[in-house]
Ligand binder design. Sequence first.
Ligand code: GTP
Ligand code: MG
Length: 174
Amino acid sequence: NSEGPDAKNLRVKLVLLGDSGVGKSCIVLRFVRGQFDPTSKVTVGASFLSQTIALQDSTTVKFEIWDTAGQERYAALAPLYYRGAGVAVIVYDITSPESFAKAQYWVKELQKHGSPGIVMALVGNKADLQEKREVQVQDGTDYAEKNGMFFIETSAKTADNINQLFEEIAKRLP
Ligand code: GTP
Ligand code: MG
């Protein structure tokens, strides 16, 4: 797999949004460090991490990740982090309909105030908790399709679909 003529080095600002407790920080920790912390602390303000991945054609993508705080008291800070972002990853917890409603709020906010052409992904996390599922796969699929978003269910705990999430985003970059 040599470096083809189309190989590029891309850099993109990515923001994670969603209710407190849905697993945003755990998704980032799994992606960047390959770890899971069952005692993950709530994020205060936001935290920043970066990670570079290589695609099939040797293109590399450096994700500059802003992991925002989901608690309501931090909601007013969100525009500072999604401003200029090329990618928004909007996360809910498949065991929480309230978090799915909050995800839809963020989608609308970004449609109004996000960068034009922003790539948006809808993520149903905690897919390992099947017996507690309250948001159906079809609900996520349908909402994402209506809003022109990429959809995936993940588990930061088991690592299921975490790398796939970021690879699929990378493939969709302009
Ligand atoms: P804020 O920082 O407050 O916005 O929350 P957050 O979205 O960053 O949540 P965080 O990543 O801190 O995870 C919250 C809780 O959910 C922690 O107790 C995690 O261990 C748990 N958790 C996160 N991802 C998963 C998952 O995929 N499966 C299961 N079972 N638990 C998870
Ligand atoms: Mg967090």
